[in-house]
Design a protein around this ligand. Structure first.
Ligand code: SF4
Length: 543
């Protein structure tokens, strides 16, 4: 099957400064929770994105100097020649598959906690450090500003030596060059404070100096937060966001625009639709002739083509869609868009980064394990010697579906037995809760893939007990029957049953999702600390 001509526009090459991207698919910089601790894992992860057809593959935030140290969160670094060797592995891995390699040079300013380096954090005006720990930052004097500009240039030159094609000046997500732009952080009285021209001066200097340093062969990209979603208390797209683009419009080779903070940029599907950033970044292309990339958790090729045709962006920027399906561009190119493993916007990937842990993904179980376990999102090791024995998978919820599919792809003879009529388990219930409709993609993608494999037989309304399972004679049985919610109040912090929970008015999330009728005021006792309590509150409030 060939490519749908409707999507040809997505495969046009695009110039970025001295370079040409092979198509319009652009993996924007995104965290992996691995950083400099796990360099082989990082480079293999990026390599697979390049193999999957992305034209540009970027690193995560890469510290330019040890005064920007984000421990305990994991970041890359380009502090010295040893780091050049490490980062070169990633650039080389990306190039192996014909993609351009980009690197996001980062200085966190008052967001850098410097717990490893013990350096005093820098900031435009000496504010208290951003975060929950009481620390003071240093107001940058002119020498500090000169140092910062020098660190950017030195890191850019290291990036070039490491083989990167695109070098970022990073003024997004509340980090240091952005801290100079927003009046919340910048109350300086010198030429770097006051009018927006002054507050954008540092960014201008960093772009110009980076271009002078590496612009002969590298493209220089700017990542800018257009809006902080704080109204007049922060940068807004209508005012300062727009003004910064207008002032610096033709300076960089590419504008990578989004909203701040990180939590808004990668908002969960519960609170933000596909393309939700358009209203903030849509103006940028009217102000510059340089290519523009923006994100919006795009998984629909029609939405992507529309974004380009309507002149909103030149590239389809993606973090999460490229995590859920590193082969998204290749699938569209081959006319296999039905095979795209669509991101559900659950933000498990994001939350693991916030824990300082390696990335993982609800939709793509291979994410983060490409190097350590040798996993690949599109290829799986063929079955070993037990192939013809067959495997019985009991339970057709998300885990059972994934297990049956993976075994089927390996070549096993698989029987999948589901007690109910519908496959999908908890997904069927939870995807009907407010804001969680995208969770159904977990079920639907697996059902679509299972239907393509002749070696997986599905048995519905097949409630099996222990004896029946044994009678069926499968030498390998996988139990994937899931769990139910406790009714006795025991949770994360409560270790004994809560008195009174045995009463008739006490319900579990399972009861509510099954349609239990509630009368009168409702108290939700949430010792789970995750999404269920909040989602049920929303559901019950609406009812
Ligand atoms: Fe992240 Fe969830 Fe999307 Fe995977 S499916 S990329 S974990 S938001």
């Amino acid at each position: 099957m060939g490519r749908n001509p409707r999507y040809d526009i997505l495969f046009e090459p695009v110039r970025i400064g001295p370079l040409t991207a092979r198509n319009r698919f652009y993996q924007v910089p995104h965290c992996t929770g691995m950083g400099f601790d796990l360099p082989h894992s990082v480079s293999r992860l990026r390599e697979i994105k390049a193999e999957g057809g992305w034209a540009v593959v970027n690193t995560e935030y890469c510290s330019m100097h040890w005064s920007a140290d984000d421990a305990p969160f994991r970041f890359c670094s380009l502090w010295d020649e040893q780091d050049v060797k490490i980062q070169a592995q990633t650039a080389e891995a990306i190039h192996r598959h014909g993609a351009l390699a980009g690197i996001e040079l980062w200085h966190g300013g008052n967001h850098a906690q410097n717990r490893t380096s013990r350096e005093i954090a820098l900031s435009p005006s000496g504010s208290a450090q951003h975060g929950i720990y009481p620390q003071q930052t240093k107001a940058m004097d002119r020498e500090d500003i000169r140092n910062l500009r020098r660190w950017q240039v030195q890191a850019a030159k290291r990036a070039k030596r490491a083989g990167f094609d695109i070098v970022y000046v990073y003024a997004g997500h509340g980090y240091l060059p952005f801290q100079f732009i927003t009046q919340r952080w910048n109350q300086r009285g010198d030429e770097y404070g006051g009018a927006i021209e002054n507050r954008a001066r540092l960014l201008r200097e960093m772009i110009e100096e980076t271009k002078d340093a590496v612009g002969d062969t590298c493209a220089v990209a700017v990542r800018l937060a257009m809006d902080e979603l704080m109204g007049p208390q922060g940068v807004t797209a209508e005012n300062e966001g727009r003004a910064v683009i207008a002032l610096l419009a033709e300076l960089p080779d590419l504008w990578d625009v989004n909203i701040s903070y990180v939590e808004n940029d990668s908002i969960s599907a519960r609170f933000g639709e596909e393309g939700h950033q358009e209203k903030y970044v849509g103006v940028v292309k009217q102000l510059t002739s340089k290519p523009v990339v923006s994100v919006g958790r795009f998984t629909s090729p029609d939405a992507m083509a529309s974004l380009i045709k309507r002149g909103i962006a030149d590239f389809i920027g993606a973090a999460r869609p490229s995590i859920a399906d590193p082969f998204l561009p290749s699938k569209i190119s081959a006319g296999h868009e039905d095979d795209i493993r669509e991101c559900i916007g659950c933000n498990i990937c994001r939350s693991t980064n916030n824990m300082g842990a390696p990335i993982r993904c609800t939709q793509n179980p291979t994410m983060g394990e490409e190097y350590r376990r040798g996993w690949h999102p599109e290829r799986i090791a063929p079955a070993g010697g037990f192939k013809d024995d067959g495997v019985l998978v009991v339970g057709g919820g998300p885990a059972g579906l994934e297990c049956a599919l993976s075994l089927g792809r390996r070549g096993y003879r698989v029987a999948l037995a589901e007690a109910g009529r519908e496959l999908g388990g908890r997904i069927n219930r939870e995807s009907r809760l407010p804001g969680l409709a995208t969770y159904a993609r977990v079920r639907d993608w697996r059902l679509g893939q299972i239907a393509k494999l002749a070696n997986i037989e599905v048995f519905r309304e097949s409630h099996l007990d222990r004896e029946q399972i044994l009678e069926m004679g499968y030498p390998h049985v996988v139990i994937a029957t899931g769990a139910t919610w406790r009714r006795d109040g025991i949770g994360v912090n409560t270790h004994f049953p809560v008195p009174g929970t045995e009463g008739p008015g006490v319900l579990t999330p399972d009861d509510v999702m099954a349609g239990a009728k509630l009368a009168g005021p409702v108290l939700i006792y949430d010792d789970d600390h995750y999404y269920m309590g909040g989602v049920l509150a929303e559901l019950l409030l609406k009812a």
